[in-house]
Every structure is written in C-alpha cells, then in structure tokens.
Write a protein that binds this ligand. Sequence first.
Ligand code: FEO
Length: 164
Amino acid sequence: MISKIMQDAINEQIKNELYSAYLYLAMSAYFEERNLAGFASWLRVQASEEQEHAMKFYDYLHDRGGQVVLKAIEQPPAEWKTNLEVFEQVLEHEQKVTSLINKLYEQALKENDYPSQIMLQWFINEQVEEEKNASQIIENLKLIDARGTAVLMLDHDLGKRKSE
Ligand code: FEO
C-alpha cells in the first residue's frame, strides 16, 4: 500500500497535469482565434497528452490501493503578446513540471517505494522530451522574419503532429 505522503503528492500531481492540459488548451484556443490551425492543433494534442499523464497517476494510485482526491484547477491565462511568448511559457511550465516530478522521485527514494520509482521513471524520460520539443519550437520562432511567411510554414509543420 502506498504511503499517505506519496498519495497526497500524487493527488497534487494529478491536479498539476490537469492544469497543464487546461493551460495548453487555453493556448490552443489563442491560436485558433488567430487562424493558426497548426499551432492550435499541436497544443490541442499536447493538452490531450497531459490528460493522459493525469490518468497514468490516477490509475497508478488505484493500483496501489490509494485514494484519488481531485483538487481545484486554477484558471489559466487567455492572452499572450506574441507566438514566441506562448512557447516560452510552455517551456517554463514544463521546467516547473520537471522539478515537481523530480521531487516525487526523491520522495519515492526516501521511502524505498520501488514501484513509485519505476512508475516515475517514465515521467522523467517524458520530461526530457517535453522540454526538448518546446525548446525546438522556440528556436524556430526566433528565426522567423517579420513578414510572417515562415510562421505559416511552421504552422503547417506543427499541424502534422498526431496523438501517440
Ligand atoms: Fe505532463 Fe508536459 O508534462
């Protein structure tokens, strides 16, 4: 059976993952309004991946005989100044999530909770990927000229992302 400390920390992380989904859906809506369907689609896929992350923790907690307690989700922002600012915020948010996952792992180590350590390794790898993806889009956006032609090309590329 999972410890109370670990159970509470995982419940907190379910909320954090659902907030990530909410944040990325808000960003997707921002691009949808600006007719950048590729950016909107990329972020919508990202939002649904975050829901899957929440459900991984949810299922894991049940598998370990824990209790899922859903917490209130904060309202995400609705406005950003530039496309670049959106993705800078994605990266910043993912870095924060990485540190939260690392803290969960540290707790699992402290408690000699081996199943949680193994489950969290998937998230540790996933965070490497999440940060890399956001950084790549930021680098691409920084190369874009003021006329916006390249924005449309990047929009086309991002629109190719499919759910895994
Ligand atoms: Fe669930 Fe983007 O980390």
